[in-house]
Design a binder for this molecule. Structure first.
Ligand SMILES: Cc1cc2nc3c(=O)[nH]c(=O)nc-3n(C[C@H](O)[C@H](O)[C@H](O)COP(=O)(O)OP(=O)(O)OC[C@H]3O[C@@H](n4cnc5c(N)ncnc54)[C@H](O)[C@@H]3O)c2cc1C
Length: 308
């Protein structure tokens, strides 16, 4: 097995690395202190990222994305992991691959503007009583002529204040359990759709995680994403790749940055007349961390390789 990066991969990693350090990292302190990202700066990040071809890189090239393989995507996210989530969101775009399952009309209306950075969206599965148990949702889309009436509640929805539209799970056949859930495209501002409280998280400064309420939101047939009753499968099938990269690889990137900061501190901080990094116990802690980070990194890349 060849573990070496290709020349293209090296160039990709170097480009993202430069962009993160030059354009995103300098904004970290401001975001942390103000707990928000200035909208003009958010727009500037999106435009610069698009100009470099970094925006929506996970989406196939035929739709205007970067067409990255899962391995490339994880290599990119390791570099993005160096900085704060809100900055990564604006630079990368978070275009979930679930939209690729739309009809051609849906792709034109919802996917393409998202890839171009004109509109952003979030995915809405979690409810107060249904987190890990995504099939246990209470939100209901009941038949109403050729469409549906959506009622229910979601919570913890990332970027809910910023996003323009949402992919929402709801039971269309509650008796069928996991096989009776469908996905719907819901635009912000539709009658009966309200965004609630921004739920504070530890860390994650500058992003929003919101409650949502749906009260008889009228959805036409064009709002159904994929096949009725197959929504949960569709979500699981398409979220795996993005989660491997955005959670697995990004976490590895964050750990790598923290390791670098820790090693610097061990070199610079002096106690008992010497740098603390010269104490064997501190060296052992650093060595253990390095082993764990490299192990996690290989595990993520191996999963990505298997996906490809
Ligand atoms: C920062 C952040 C952003 C989020 N963004 C979104 C979003 O954009 N859209 C969205 O839909 N959701 C979002 N979520 C919600 C997220 O998907 C849920 O938090 C997740 O599904 C877990 O649900 P829960 O928090 O209700 O925990 P629970 O499901 O209540 O789990 C609690 C604990 O029990 C454990 N547990 C549960 N079931 C089992 C089991 N069968 N066996 C063993 N252990 C088990 C879990 O691992 C966990 O440790 C976000 C959450 C966070 C923290």
């Amino acid at each position: 097995m060849d573990f070496a990066l290709t020349e293209e991969q090296k160039l990709l990693v170097a480009t993202v690395r430069r962009f993160v350090r030059a354009e995103l990292a300098p904004l970290e302190e401001e975001v942390e202190l103000q707990r928000r990202l200035d909208p003009a700066k958010a727009r500037a990040i999106m435009e610069k990222s698009r100009a470099l071809g970094l925006y929506a890189m996970n989406i196939p090239a035929e739709y205007g994305g970067g067409g990255l393989s899962a391995v490339d995507y994880c290599l990119v996210e390791e570099q993005f992991g160096y900085t704060t989530d809100i900055l990564i969101r604006r630079a990368f775009g978070n275009v979930y691959e679930v939209l690729l399952e739309g009809t051609e009309e849906q792709k034109t209306r919802w996917l393409l503007p998202a890839v171009r950075g004109e509109r952003t969206f979030s995915v809405c599965f979690s409810e107060p009583e249904a987190g890990s148990d995504a099939a246990g949702i209470k939100s209901r889309a009941a038949r109403d002529g050729t469409g549906w009436l959506l009622n229910g509640q979601k919570h913890f929805i990332s970027d809910g204040l910023f996003s323009d539209f949402f992919v929402v799970s709801a039971a269309t056949d509650p008796a069928a359990g996991a096989k009776g859930i469908s996905l719907f495209l819901v635009d912000k501002g539709m009658a009966g759709f309200k965004i609630g409280r921004d739920q504070p998280m530890m860390g994650l400064a500058g992003t929003s995680h919101v409650e949502m309420f749906f009260d008889n939101v009228k959805l036409g047939p064009e709002h159904l994403l994929g096949v009725e009753g197959r929504g949960l499968k569709l979500a699981f099938d398409t979220l795996g790749r993005i989660r491997l990269a955005q959670i697995g690889a990004r976490a590895v990137g964050k750990a790598m940055r923290l390791f670098g900061l820790t090693a610097d501190h061990a070199r610079e901080r002096r106690q008992f007349g010497q740098p603390i990094g010269e104490f064997q116990l501190v060296q052992q802690m650093l060595a253990d961390s390095a082993i764990e980070i490299e192990t996690a990194r290989l595990l993520v890349l191996r999963a990505a390789w298997a996906l490809d």
